[in-house]
Design a protein around this ligand. Structure first.
Ligand SMILES: Cc1cc2nc3c(=O)[nH]c(=O)nc-3n(C[C@H](O)[C@H](O)[C@H](O)COP(=O)(O)OP(=O)(O)OC[C@H]3O[C@@H](n4cnc5c(N)ncnc54)[C@H](O)[C@@H]3O)c2cc1C
Ligand code: FES
Length: 255
């Protein structure tokens, strides 16, 4: 795994409403190395507080910059939002890239909230396969977010918990309903989102063809602290989300 620390700067911030925002970060080195499924670990201030870096999936990587989709949930994501065009330190790209699909694969992407970000980057880079993107949100997503998803996938299906767009209810409820229409021996499912959502998908999707990208608590981000341990299914040992993942086959881990 090749990664580096890059002193960077937020060069644009777009407010996407309801706690969501996008940051564009100048990162000429990391952007060249970044592949779908990888993440960056961000030090949001130059001081000791908050101490730990915060991990974020790479939403897209262009010539000199990367994009990150953030949800404000606590102190780090609040500081990041308020920094606007401030300096930050990045470590990345971390984690293993998602695998290249086989030509016959039908790629079904299942993203909840900011879990759409790594899947959208994957969809952007997969050009040959049939792709279906299911995205779940609590509330109406911003037009900008929707446009970004439409740009990377020919079929986009939305679920909102408040019913403001698409299917009314949880993404998992939508998939339970649609499963027979999308399932085939060629369908591969890529899932990213909150843990309760992953737990439901664990019950309804085929273990052999389902891959989950984990976004649990992390510290170092590159394999030193074991802060991101996940139990290997059927064995008495642990894998590290940051270096062995973030993507795991459902048959390999206990969620
Ligand atoms: C590999 C990876 C990729 C991620 N990608 C994204 C992304 O693209 N966009 C995004 O917005 N977030 C992403 N996250 C989650 C993000 O790292 C956390 O939301 C962030 O670190 C919270 O920092 P904070 O200081 O704002 O919250 P804190 O003040 O530290 O905590 C506030 C609350 O959020 C909870 N929390 C903190 N970290 C997490 C977490 N990892 N998962 C669930 N709850 C958490 C805490 O338990 C607490 O209740 C990712 C996490 C990982 C591990
Ligand atoms: S976060 Fe430290 S080992 Fe994974």
């Amino acid at each position: 795994m090749r990664f580096l620390e890059e002193k960077s700067e937020i060069i644009n911030l777009i407010d996407l409403g309801k706690d969501y925002y996008q940051i564009v970060i100048s990162a000429p080195e990391i952007s060249k190395l970044a592949r779908p499924g990888q993440f960056v670990n961000i030090k949001v201030t130059g001081s000791l507080f908050p101490l730990l870096r915060r991990p974020f999936s790479i939403w897209s990587a262009k010539e000199n910059y990367i994009e990150v989709l953030c949800k404000e949930v606590g102190i780090g994501t609040k500081i990041l939002r308020e920094k606007k065009f401030g300096k930050i330190s990045l470590i990345g790209p971390l984690g293993k890239p998602f695998p290249e699909p086989s030509p016959e694969d039908i790629v079904v992407l299942l993203g909840g909230g900011t879990g759409i970000a790594p899947l959208s980057f994957y969809a952007e880079r997969i050009t040959e396969n049939k792709k279906i993107f299911f995205a779940g949100f609590k509330h109406l997503p911003s037009p900008y977010l929707l446009r970004r998803l439409e740009e990377v996938c020919e079929t986009l299906i939305i679920a909102t918990e408040d019913g403001s767009m698409g299917f009314k209810g949880l993404l998992s409820e939508l998939i339970e309903k649609e499963f027979k229409n999308i399932e085939s021996e060629y369908t591969k499912y890529f899932v990213c989102g909150p843990y309760p959502m992953l737990k439901v998908f664990e019950k309804i999707l085929p273990e052999q063809r389902t891959f989950v990208s984990l976004e649990g608590i992390m510290a170092c981000g590159f394999g030193i602290c074991m802060g991101c341990a996940v139990k290997k299914k059927g064995e008495n040992r642990y894998l590290r989300t940051c270096t062995d993942g973030t993507l795991f086959s459902l048959k390999d881990i206990e969620i």
